[in-house]
Design a protein around this ligand. Structure first.
Ligand SMILES: Cc1ncc(COP(=O)(O)O)c(C=O)c1O
Length: 471
């Protein structure tokens, strides 16, 4: 009632001085209680839209309240008239492609950024949050230390030293709210507009898009079955920064060979560039020995190691970390203090408890076994239903596989058709600088139980092989 009258006044349908119906009559017409109408009138009167005259009814105020003069939309709708001016960066960001909005919940969700919600140790996590709240809450009373919760920095330093051969002191570990934020801040801190940087081709779109948005000059370096082609990198340079995914190249899944790792470090020494080692899902390796981190081989302080809990634990936590070369610690901490004033402490304290109690390691071990079974189920189902029409990329680790199908249509078209039938996929052509010859998808298996994997792939093969099929 309030909104309708207010909108009518603001749009001029009700004119200044016009009389409003009596509350009893309007209540009868609308089929609401008289009290409801009286409350709406009271509110409109308090805001200056209407005036009541003792004994003679209620009228639209002769002049409108300040602030509502040109409004012609209902009060709770977002105003659309004035677009604020954006910076150059803002305009670049505004033109980056957004993930398509999802209208229905998919029956089968094969997108690669999912984890297994059915098997997460919620009880252990709850206990860690509770312990953080009872034993460690003093951190919440003050602004957080910029580098992160001291216990968490220590726990991470020990963990990456043990499992990833990262060489670091706890002071080098800085907690961030995910790799994405860390990469943006690093670029802001270390690079000027127009500086040359290199990324993998195919490569992680989110990293490329944030570097492009900063106005950097991007070289896209080809990847083969040993990872990034360091010969191509050397001739295309020098670069100021190189973003790589050595453990599990995103999206091909290949591991950067030892000789290429050494060559990459040589390029860094020769040109003075910074290497961002994005180690986003190395916790999950199903065959073969994990290869030592690039950071562990670096003797000159060129590598920034980036880790995240988005794959190993929960993407919604938004906790990641950098291991910085000593010379970058202080500048990065100052930049981060200006940027976000520190990262939320309750989750950090809980995560420190979770790691310290051994739950994190148990969780990784359990998930590794589960994800390996899900990967096997996906590979078997794809081979069964697509036969010779499917090529499956490296599959020894991570939470997704790259899948190429021998079909004539574009991956976006096929993904849209699959989505319309309840199967969600990520088209992978956006990872490449050129269109792959055949439609390619990055299929995540971590969040889908084995039975559903089989049913989902069966459905997918029916949808994709028959253009225009109905549900
Ligand atoms: C290459 C790469 N890096 C990092 C991440 C995780 O980023 P964040 O820590 O911002 O969640 C992903 C997630 O998909 C990824 O594919």
């Amino acid at each position: 009632v309030y909104d309708a009258i207010r909108t009518a006044i603001l749009s001029g349908r009700l004119q200044a001085g016009e009389r409003l119906p009596a509350t009893r009559r309007l209540a009868n017409e609308l089929g609401v209680s008289r009290m409801t109408v009286a409350e709406a009138y009271d509110q409109l009167q308090a805001e200056g839209y209407i005036r009541g005259r003792q004994g003679s009814g209620t009228y639209v105020a002769p002049s409108l309240p300040v602030g509502g003069l040109s409004e012609d939309t209902p009060s709770r709708a977002a105003p659309t008239a004035v677009a604020p001016r954006l910076s150059t960066w803002g305009r670049r960001v505004a033109s980056t492609p957004a993930e398509p909005a999802q209208t229905v919940r998919p029956l089968y969700d094969f997108r690669p950024n999912r984890v297994a919600p059915d098997r997460f140790s919620w009880d252990a996590w709850r206990a860690s949050v509770e312990r953080a709240l009872t034993q460690d809450r003093s951190h919440l009373l003050v602004y957080p230390p910029t580098g992160g919760h001291p216990e968490l920095r220590l726990a991470i330093a020990e963990h990456v030293a043990r499992y990833r051969s990262v060489r670091c002191l706890p002071e080098q570990v800085v907690i961030v709210s995910g790799t994405q934020m860390a990469l943006n801040l690093l670029a802001q801190l270390c690079l000027d507009e127009g500086d040359p940087v290199a990324v993998e081709d195919p490569g992680y779109p989110a990293a490329r898009l944030s570097l492009e948005a900063r106005g950097l000059r991007l070289a896209r370096i080809p990847v083969d079955d040993e990872g990034i082609r360091t010969d191509a990198l050397a001739v295309s340079g020098p670069h100021r920064l190189v973003h790589v995914t050595p453990s599990h190249q995103d999206p091909t899944g290949v591991t950067l060979s030892l000789s290429r790792r050494l060559a990459l470090l040589e390029v860094a020494v020769a040109t003075g560039c910074l290497i961002v080692e994005d180690d986003y899902d190395s916790e999950f390796r199903y065959e073969g020995r994990p290869v030592e981190s690039l950071q562990g081989l670096d003797r000159h302080g060129h590598v920034v190691y980036a880790g995240t809990f988005s794959k190993s634990l929960l993407p919604g936590l938004r906790i990641g970390f950098l291991v910085l070369p000593p010379a970058l610690i202080e500048p990065f901490l100052r930049a981060k203090a200006l940027w976000d004033g520190g990262t939320a402490m309750l989750e950090q304290a809980a995560l420190a408890q979770f790691i310290r109690s051994g739950e994190y390691e148990r969780h990784i071990r359990r998930m590794r076994r589960l994800y390996r079974r899900r990967r096997d189920a996906l590979v078997a189902a794809l081979e069964h239903h697509f036969g010779a029409a499917v090529t499956i990329g490296a599959r020894h680790g991570g939470l997704s596989v790259l899948v190429t199908l021998d079909l004539p249509e574009h991956d976006d078209v096929l993904a849209a058709r699959a989505a319309a039938h309840g199967v969600e996929l990520r088209p992978a052509s956006r990872y490449w600088s050129h269109l792959p010859e055949r439609p390619t998808f990055l299929l995540g298996f971590a969040g889908v139980p084995e039975e559903a994997i089989r049913a989902g792939v069966e459905r997918l093969s029916r949808i994709l092989r028959q253009p225009g099929m109905s549900q």
